[in-house]
Design a protein around this ligand. Structure first.
Ligand SMILES: [Zn+2]
Length: 331
């Protein structure tokens, strides 16, 4: 189905929710209004946090004008809640907290890595990504219920793309805030498959399947994903996600290839451009890429770089101009 066909099936969000779609470097943001207070879900990537703060301000002002009588003052951002631990979702936490003086709640499942600021567990330097360290004020416990945007949400564990991820489900409206556990077309890179534990890939595929099965048992009308547009027809999206998972299960080497392509495309968006001649040494300098190649493919740095360049040009994720690799803006 084309994009227009998909968009036509999306039920409108409740007016207390304000969705902000971003690109692939930054996660989407969701503003949830509760009277004169607002909650933000995910803060985006650190490189674009000024834009995030500006977009949140626009959303707050718009809501103040439309829904809160002028005499009652303005709407304030009082809470920030994260869906999971990755840099494109938590990278702006510190700056958003500074800008709005809001509290930060994180999934209880990621508390230990944030408390210790475990950059390896959070896939920061090890994957060539960045985030500003932040302090959190509380946690969202697995299976807990909480109010946001005047609606009751339940937090379900959604391991796979991130073993500490939660998704937030509103039964009353059939809404799911899915983070990167389910997109309209697939799900986020299965990063955890690339640890030192030999059985990790099979385990990660199995928990990802359990997560998708859990989501398919929910009574859903609309999904609010971490990337891409809000979508209806969750059955079709789940069918695509299961198809992708089946393909990874049949050919586990595909998992690593996908992780390298998607991970590098993200980093390229962050860097802006990279000299094609520097690609072999760049890949060798980032443990995430280097180790996937070493463990799974054993290519030379030059061959690994040549393969990756062919792949990302072929999928139109990037192009080469005057010796520079330029991202096209899509993952
Ligand atoms: Zn993401």
């Amino acid at each position: 189905m084309n994009d227009a066909g998909r968009a036509a099936t999306v039920p409108p969000l409740p007016e207390s929710l304000h969705f902000i779609q971003r690109d692939w470097l930054s996660s989407n943001n969701l503003l949830c209004f509760e009277g004169e207070n607002a909650t933000l879900v995910d803060s985006g990537y650190v490189a674009v946090v000024d834009q995030t703060v500006a977009l949140v301000n626009v959303g707050l002002q718009q809501h103040t004008r439309e829904l809160v009588p002028a005499t009652r003052g303005s709407v304030r951002l009082t809470r920030l809640i994260n869906t999971h631990s990755h840099s494109d979702h938590i990278g702006g936490n510190a700056a958003v907290k500074r800008a709005f003086n809001c509290e930060i709640l994180i999934p209880a499942t990621m508390e230990s890595m944030v408390a210790a600021w475990d950059e390896e567990a959070m896939l920061l330097g090890v994957a060539g990504q960045r985030a500003e360290r932040f302090t959190y004020d509380g946690v969202i416990a697995v299976h807990s219920r909480f109010e946001m945007g005047g609606l009751i949400w339940q937090a379900f564990p959604a391991p796979g793309h991130d073993m500490s991820a939660l998704v937030f489900y509103c039964a009353e409206e059939g809404l799911l805030i899915s983070g990167d556990a389910l997109w309209e077309d697939g799900f986020g890179i299965l990063f955890s498959a690339f640890s030192d534990v030999p059985t990790a890939a099979a385990d990660v595929l199995a928990v990802t399947r359990t997560t998708l099965e859990m989501i398919s048992r929910l009574d859903l009308a609309t999904v609010i994903p971490g990337h891409g547009p809000v979508f209806g027809d969750p059955e079709a999206a789940l069918a695509r996600a299961f198809g992708r998972l089946d393909a990874f299960t049949r050919d586990p080497l595909r998992l690593g290839r996908n992780a390298v392509k998607a991970g590098f495309t993200f980093n390229l968006l962050d860097m802006g451009r990279l000299e094609a001649a520097a690609l072999p040494s760049y890949l060798a300098s980032i443990p995430f890429f280097r180790d996937i190649n070493r463990r799974n493919y054993g290519m030379s740095n030059t061959d690994f770089a040549a393969w990756l360049l062919r792949e990302i040009i072929g999928s139109r994720a990037a192009r080469v101009e005057d010796g520079w690799i330029i991202p096209s803006g899509k993952a």
